[in-house]
Design a binder for this molecule. Structure first.
Ligand code: MG
Length: 164
């Protein structure tokens, strides 16, 4: 049985994952508005991944006899300054999520909930990948710039995510 403290912490994290999913969908809509379908593709895959994370936590709370309580999701930003600024936000957001996952893990440690710790190992590993991929894309954007050809090449690269 999940402790009340851990149940609350998991419910908060479900909200963070769903909020992330919603944020990435708003970012995808921004990319679509710039006619960057590759960027939008990458961001829509991100949206699905985040809702997948929320569902994993949802399943775990239920399996452990807890009660999932959904919370309010804030409106995400609609506009970003540029594709590079957008990926700066992606990286910043993933770093924030890493901190939240680590805090959740600390609660699982305090509560001596070993099953929760094992589940969260996957999330901790995932965050390393999330930060690394956002950072790599951001660095390329900074290097290549946002003018014509470079941006089109980047869009083509991001269009390939999920195709192999
Ligand atoms: Mg996530």
């Amino acid at each position: 049985m999940l402790s009340k403290t851990l149940q609350n912490a998991f419910n908060d994290q479900i909200n963070h994952e769903l909020s992330s999913s919603y944020l990435y969908l708003s970012m995808a809509a921004y990319a679509e508005s710039l006619n960057l379908p590759g960027f939008a593709n990458w961001l829509k895959i991100q949206t699905k991944e985040e809702s997948g994370h929320a569902m994993k936590l949802y399943k775990f709370v239920n399996e452990r006899g807890g009660r999932v309580e959904l919370q309010k999701i804030e409106q995400p930003p609609l506009e970003f300054k540029s594709p590079t600024a957008l990926f700066e936000e992606v990286l910043k957001h993933e770093r924030k999520i890493t901190v939240l996952i680590n805090k959740l893990y600390e609660v699982a440690l305090k509560e001596k909930d070993y099953a929760a710790q094992v589940l969260l190992h996957e999330f901790i590993t995932e965050q390393v990948e999330e930060e690394a991929s956002a950072s790599a894309i951001l660095e390329t954007l900074k290097m290549a710039g946002e003018k014509g050809h470079a941006l089109i090449m980047m869009d083509r690269q991001l269009a390939r995510r999920g195709q192999n």
